[in-house]
Design a protein around this ligand. Structure first.
Ligand SMILES: [Mn+2]
Length: 352
């Protein structure tokens, strides 16, 4: 199905052939998760190239492709293109410059087309097995968070909390973390991406924890903000504002909502409360094989709309410099009638 969708798209766009080098896109099309592989699609052939380390494994798991063992995919591609009378080759614009130079040097007779998000556009809409896998990645994060609530106390460092979360998630079946775990306590919570340090968590601190895992190749991404010992009145106001923004978006997100509205609805809650200039980042992003992938949102995007099967984050935040910040982030599955919240960890104001 995935390969048929891709080839239909190539035909619509008059692309004779497509070279795929991104390993996540290769996994998406084939299930191959080795570290070296190249896909070359022409109108009539689906070719998977890899070296001798992986060719046997590839033959075992990949169907619908001819497997070719080679250490020089570009030369092989040139031969195949000549034999197949390929006139143009699409390639992913994320390749590095050295690769591009070799590719263009080897294919003077063909036109090269840089493609942007070619596979990612298909990857935006998750099928039921992808959704189940992302749900599991979210469950692992939820469970690790509830364990962390019992672990966090004054005297622990941010890094100790991050290590605890990372360990718990791996222990529950995650293959790894989906990005460096953020634990930002006290004034550091005003840094939207404050990766954990050796700072000790103190009584009276706010602690922002942004983390997630990879489970069977799919990511989760969640943020919770908690308070240790006591809550400052201003921080409480900020917390409830962010929570209201997060919740209003959950209530309104659905298939057909414009990207502009997806950003506008929660941002207006924060602006109305007077904190607009302290919400300094995007409202969210897509989530799947990559922890950050399209779609991204802005109020300039009046045309594109959410579609059923997208998994996107809802992550409003308010950051007062030199004071503290709050972010709450959920992963939402967009459906025809609304959305399903995949991250289920509690969001009421927690003081531990
Ligand atoms: Mn995120």
């Amino acid at each position: 199905m995935r390969i048929e969708n891709l080839k239909a798209k190539m035909a619509r766009e008059n692309l004779d052939s497509l070279l795929i080098t991104d390993m996540k896109n290769i996994y998406y099309l084939t299930g191959f998760s080795g570290t070296a592989g190249t896909i070359f699609l022409t109108k009539t052939r689906n070719i998977f190239m890899t070296d001798s380390r992986y060719s046997e494994m590839a033959r075992g798991i990949i169907s619908g492709f001819e497997i070719i063992e080679t250490r020089d995919a570009i030369s092989m591609l040139t031969e195949l293109s000549i034999a197949d009378q390929v006139k143009n080759v699409g390639f992913e614009d994320t390749v590095d410059y050295a690769f591009f130079k070799r590719l263009s040097g080897a294919t003077p007779q063909m036109e090269l087309f840089a493609t942007t998000n070619y596979l990612l556009e298909l990857r935006q809409i998750k099928d039921s097995s992808e959704i189940r896998t992302i749900q599991k990645a979210c469950e692992i994060a939820d469970e690790a968070f509830s364990e962390a609530l019992k672990f966090i106390e004054p005297g622990r460092t941010e890094i100790e909390v991050a290590n605890f979360l990372d360990f718990k998630m791996r222990d529950m079946g995650a293959s790894g973390i989906s990005f460096d775990t953020i634990v930002a306590s006290g004034k550091r919570s005003s840094l939207p991406h404050g990766v954990a340090t050796h700072k000790m968590i103190e009584f009276g601190d706010v602690v922002t924890i942004d983390f997630g895992c990879y489970y069977e190749h799919y990511a989760s991404d969640m943020t919770r903000t908690i308070f240790v010992g006591s809550v400052d009145e201003k921080m409480e106001e900020i917390y409830h504002t962010v929570q209201k923004a997060n919740q209003l978006l959950i209530e309104q997100a659905r298939s057909g909502m414009t990207y502009a509205d997806y950003d506008r609805v929660p941002r207006e809650v924060i602006e109305t409360a007077g904190f607009g200039k302290y919400f300094t980042h995007g409202i969210g992003h897509g989530l799947g094989l990559d922890v950050h992938e399209i779609p991204y949102f802005s109020q300039a995007m009046l045309e594109p709309v959410l579609q059923s099967g997208m998994v996107v984050t809802d992550e409003p935040g308010i950051y007062l410099p030199e004071f503290g910040g709050v972010r709450i982030e959920d992963d939402l599955l967009i459906t025809d009638n609304g959305c399903e919240v995949l991250t289920k960890a509690p969001k009421e104001l927690i003081v531990i």
